[in-house]
Design a binder for this molecule. Sequence first.
Ligand code: ADP
Ligand code: MG
Length: 243
Amino acid sequence: MIEIDRLTRRFGARTAVDGLTLRVAPGEVYGFLGANGAGKTTTMRMMLGILASDAGTIRVCGRLVRRGDRDGRMLVGAVGEVQHFYPEMTCQAYLKFFADLFDVPQPVQRVAEVLADVGLADRARDRAVDLSKGLQQKLGLARALLHDPPVLLLDEPVSGLDPHGIREVRELICRERDKGRLVFFSSHVLAEVAQVADRVGIMNRGRLVYENTVAGALAGHGTLEAAFVAVTGGNVRQAELVA
Ligand SMILES: Nc1ncnc2c1ncn2[C@@H]1O[C@H](COP(=O)(O)OP(=O)(O)O)[C@@H](O)[C@H]1O
Ligand SMILES: [Mg+2]
């Protein structure tokens, strides 16, 4: 359902994504790992059609992703690392705005549904900017679910969340997977990834240097941290400094 072939993107002299090839199937949770600057966000922006690639192809549900292709974007619900809200917008108004943008049928009812789905029904009339970071992340998830896309793309969905918020996002990911959605998410919270992902890929300097089932990675290395250090050549801290 996600097919990426030899995807490449450069920024000046730096190759942010370098010949990436990967496949993810429906109903699968894929953890996309890598130190800061490894190329995860750049990949996801290309998957969304908001950033052009220099080479290679991405297919979502068999459809070639092209930059700015609106119909293609209907297949994907995405949540970025940081949520942006207009100061005066309530949660409800924020979701209604996007429901209209995506031509969601029966928008008022659908907004109520997704608010309930993420546990924010009682915050509908509160301003989005007044929510905690964890709740803002959930509101982002509600927005991503509005048009019922087969694919969910989440960039660092648990970064900056407290343990309670992390657990809630985990439950939400599992629930959406159980509905048959494909969930592709980036993270560097490896313990969390081990709990929620079916399969992991590890990026290092733009390249996919490792891919395995979580069970296989744990059997081979004990922990995802150990797998990470083994395949990135202990490059973790150095890469973090670069970013
Ligand atoms: N718009 C941009 N302009 C220039 N360089 C960029 C841009 N976006 C990302 N990069 C660079 O591309 C590399 C990969 O970044 P990114 O995809 O954000 O990594 P990650 O999400 O894994 O932390 C980094 O070296 C980053 O500095
Ligand atoms: Mg990133």
